[in-house]
Write a new protein. Structure first.
Lengths: 280, 316
């Protein structure tokens, strides 16, 4: 990846993370941990990959993104705000009464949200439907679905996995955010979905593994995915829950907890320092 | 009744899908390995490129339908009522209902008239489940004419619709020139002043028979066919409550949460009168020939007439 572009993406990702902290702090609730683990991924998709138009969010030819792990909406909202789908100020009223930004993605009202999600395991099925509809119409749009590694404990995910391979949905890319933690603890302790790669392979998917926090590797993975035909692609991204905020990293307690005022300040300071450190 | 034409509304569903296939060239039909039984197989034969088998995976099918609808394409998702409304309930609620997506759910084999398959497949709870979802339209057609009209009407509105069809062949009663299907509007099949029978689905033809029986006993019963359970034609029902002073409801569904409950909910707010509910009581079904089961569970014209007399006796 071109160094200038990479630095730009890294800067944007810092701002996306700051939006996650801003949103969850003001909401006094929400899910920062898993939002921070997908912030680089969303930044790459919305700023370097997807064909979208913030001025025309329902554009028929757009690429679509389904946040199947819908609880990490703060990251999606933050990236959509950065991309210009709505005002960044909306992040401060996340989860408030009368606010635009609901606790989980709401496609009916929020510009740029392609599917309402939140109940785990459902988004991937909707993504399959979008991909199938595109194939039937010979549309060229792509569909991206982001799943949690805990989420894939839901049986519906595997119904969808079977469906996508059966109908050869090569316009579908599912990214599994493998941060290793779910609400009750480590995924391997709660209900191990491992090995994730072998499972998707067995279901007929083409599997790629990538480093979730390295834009060069993210680009490599998506370029590889681009060249696959005849089967859906699963990208297993090895990520760090809470990435970018020192005290949240790899801490299961930060799955669904908002920072207090001190924690908010520390998190924002750290992210600002990270942003400032990216020199041209 | 020997010369009465009978047809199962699931057959009407399959036929209607083919009838509308040219009008809606982008429409697709999904099923979950039950095409031969739900009769979407009729559509599959006519339009194989637009038929998508989802395999035995109803949860995923409903989600796929939501995704397809989000791209602007019309879509039907079909299975037995038990699995469409029961197994996939939460997907229907969250992936279809909450975003108010344009998915039409064609649910067949509703009620105990499924017959021999027994309790696991006899869904008497689907109307109750579906009508609690905000924005969901719920239609339970009475016969072939109404079922085909319902499919067309469902396509004309934007939003989720639950269509309830049966396995058992039932008499065609609406094959008259002035029949008109209006979504959300009940149909008064017979006027009357002593009691109103509000019926839905396969109970409608029995309601007409019951009114004849009551007439012989000097009771003048009004008969209303409610094909759209949600939104309910409250105006027609409240008017009937005012004018006849009591109501009996008849449905092949649990007495909890279905048509009877919906009618009672409406009447208590506009004109409280006795409402006697005839349906499947708080129990499961079991195996047996459909016709025998309907008799065993009291879903007969005779029983509607008996309940109507009870309703009349409860009048102040």
């Amino acid at each position: 990846m071109d160094a200038t572009i990479r630095k730009q993406l890294e800067r944007t990702a810092c701002k996306v993370r700051m939006g996650v902290i801003e949103g969850t702090f003001n909401a006094k609730s929400g899910h920062p941990g898993g939002s921070l683990s997908i912030s680089d991924l969303l930044t790459y998709l919305y700023f370097a990959k997807m064909h979208v138009d913030p001025k025309n969010p329902k554009m028929q030819s757009r690429d679509r993104l389904v946040l199947s792990k819908g609880h990490t909406a703060p990251a999606l909202y933050s990236v959509l705000a950065q991309r210009g789908f709505f005002d960044e100020a909306e992040l401060k009223s996340l989860r408030h009464i009368g606010a635009l930004l609901q606790g989980h993605p709401d496609m009916k009202h929020i510009p740029g949200v392609d599917m309402s999600t939140g109940s785990l395991g459902q988004g991937i099925s909707a993504a399959c439907g979008m991909a199938l509809s595109g194939k039937l119409a010979s549309d060229s749009y792509k569909v991206y679905a982001i799943l949690g590694d805990g989420e894939i404990e839901e049986g519906q995910v595997w119904e969808a996995a079977m469906f996508a391979a059966h109908y050869q949905l090569d316009n579908l890319v599912a990214i599994v955010d493998n941060n290793g933690l779910q609400i009750d603890g480590k995924i391997t302790d709660v209900m191990s979905p491992m090995p994730i790669d072998k499972k998707f392979e067995a279901f007929g998917w083409y599997v790629i593994t990538m480093d979730a926090h390295d834009f060069d590797d993210i680009e490599r993975a998506f370029n590889e995915a681009e060249n696959i035909s005849g089967k859906p692609v699963a990208i297993i991204q090895k990520s760090t829950k809470g990435k970018g905020v020192s005290f949240m990293e790899n801490q299961v307690g930060w799955h669904g907890k908002a920072p207090n005022a001190d924690e908010y300040k520390q998190a924002m300071d750290e992210l600002q320092a990270a942003l400032d450190s990216i020199k041209d | 009744m020997a010369d009465v034409i009978k047809k199962a509304t699931r057959d009407s569903y399959g036929d209607a899908l083919v009838e509308v296939s040219e009008l809606y060239p982008d429409m697709v039909v999904l099923d979950a390995d039950l095409a031969a039984a739900t009769k979407t197989g009729t559509f599959k034969k006519a339009c194989p490129d637009r038929f998508i088998d989802c395999g035995i995976a109803e949860a995923n099918m409903m989600g796929v339908a939501a995704g397809i609808a989000s791209t602007g394409r019309k879509v039907f998702a079909s299975s037995f009522a038990m699995f469409a409304a029961g197994r996939a309930y939460e997907i229907v609620r969250n992936s279809i209902g909450y975003p108010h997506l344009n998915v039409k759910i064609g649910a067949t084999h509703a009620g105990i008239s499924v017959g021999e398959d027994g309790a696991t497949h006899q869904c008497n709870e689907d109307i109750a489940l579906m009508r609690t979802i905000p924005g969901m339209t719920v239609i339970n057609p009475a016969d072939d004419v109404e079922a085909r009209a319902a499919v067309k009407a469902a396509l004309e509105i934007d939003g989720p619709v639950y269509l309830r069809f049966g396995r058992l062949a039932v008499p065609v009663i609406n094959d008259n020139a002035d029949y008109k299907f209006e979504l959300g509007k009940g149909i008064t099949l017979k006027d009357g002043k002593d009691v109103t029978i509000v019926a839905t689905g396969l109970m409608v033809y029995m309601a007409v028979e019951a009114a004849e029986m009551l007439k012989a006993e000097g009771i003048d019963a009004r008969v209303i066919n409610i094909h759209t359970i949600k939104p309910l034609d409250k105006e027609l029902i409240c008017k009937a409550a005012q004018e006849t002073g009591c109501i009996v409801t008849a449905e092949e569904h649990s007495v909890i949460g279905g048509l009877g409950a919906a009618v009672a909910e409406a009447v208590t707010e506009c004109c409280p009168v006795p409402v006697v509910k005839l349906g499947v009581n708080d129990e499961f079904g079991h195996s047996g020939p459909a016709v025998d089961l309907l008799k065993e569970y009291g879903l007969t014209a005779e029983n509607i007439a008996a309940m109507a007399k009870k309703a009349v006796s409860l009048k102040k």
